[in-house]
Design a protein around this ligand. Structure first.
Ligand SMILES: [Zn+2]
Length: 243
């Protein structure tokens, strides 16, 4: 077949389509489009609305990692608003920092993350990918949590945002576990207070008394795993291993 006109669009005819034997190609295209036009899915061709709702997170790493804070803004798009198919998804991400040392990788990272957001489909893998990045110079501690790198901490921020908008479920202990953990925490705090009174000066750089002897949780990266009734249990997320 000779194409005499400029191609301005195309559609792939699916074999399952009942009208696939139709000689008129454009007819098939308009019919398949009509069946799925009602629910809008995330798509890279989706036009950016003038206004998006967003959240800005402040990320403050210890001074030796970066003396300036980073501000991570994630803007969301709401698809099919007001219908049963309403869906809030991240659309773009920006990171601002005074620290120009990190400028080029931050720009690259935000461009790629935004592109992944706009592709649609499952984007939660980004969290695991970012969290697995480690800095060969060594990670750092931030609020009792071990961060293998700044990028990993950006992954944590993305994760908390996805939990906020309902795309990810929070890693939380069960009610029963939470009660047990609180009891154990109270026990440690009472003991910690008594020890501190006896020694007057503590060299601990940790926030909570159990952190001094706790080991790192493989699930939530928090230094919160202690022996509880014979089981290694994380005081943060409740992950527990016996034996
Ligand atoms: Zn944990």
């Amino acid at each position: 077949m000779k194409i005499s006109k400029k191609i301005v669009g195309y559609a792939v005819a699916k074999p399952a389509d009942a009208n696939s034997q139709d000689k008129n190609g454009s007819d098939i295209a308009s019919k398949t489009e009509g069946t799925k036009a009602d629910v809008i899915q995330m798509h890279e061709k989706l036009e950016r609305p003038n206004k998006l709702i967003g959240s800005t997170y402040k990320l403050k790493t210890p001074d030796h990692v970066s003396e300036h804070a980073m501000y991570i803004t994630i803007n969301d798009i709401v698809l099919n608003e007001g219908t049963e198919n309403e869906l809030r998804r991240p659309f773009e991400v920006f990171i601002n920092s005074k620290n120009l040392e990190h400028y080029q990788w931050i720009v690259a990272l935000t461009l790629i993350m935004s592109a992944v957001f706009r592709k649609g489909g499952d984007i939660t893998f980004l969290v695991d990918e970012l969290r697995s990045v480690f800095d060969p110079r060594g990670g750092y501690w931030n609020k009792g949590k071990y961060m293998p790198s700044i990028i990993a901490e950006i992954g944590e921020v993305i994760e908390s945002h996805l939990i906020d908008i309902g795309m990810l479920k929070a890693l939380a202990p069960s009610d029963e576990q939470a009660k047990l953990i609180e009891e154990k925490k109270a026990e440690y705090r009472a003991k910690g207070a008594a020890d501190a009174a006896a020694q007057s000066a503590t060299t601990s750089d940790t926030d909570e008394p159990w952190m001094a002897t706790a080991s790192l949780c493989s699930k939530c990266s928090s230094k919160s795993v202690v022996l509880m009734d014979g089981c290694q249990t994380c005081m943060n997320c409740g992950d527990s291993k016996c034996g």
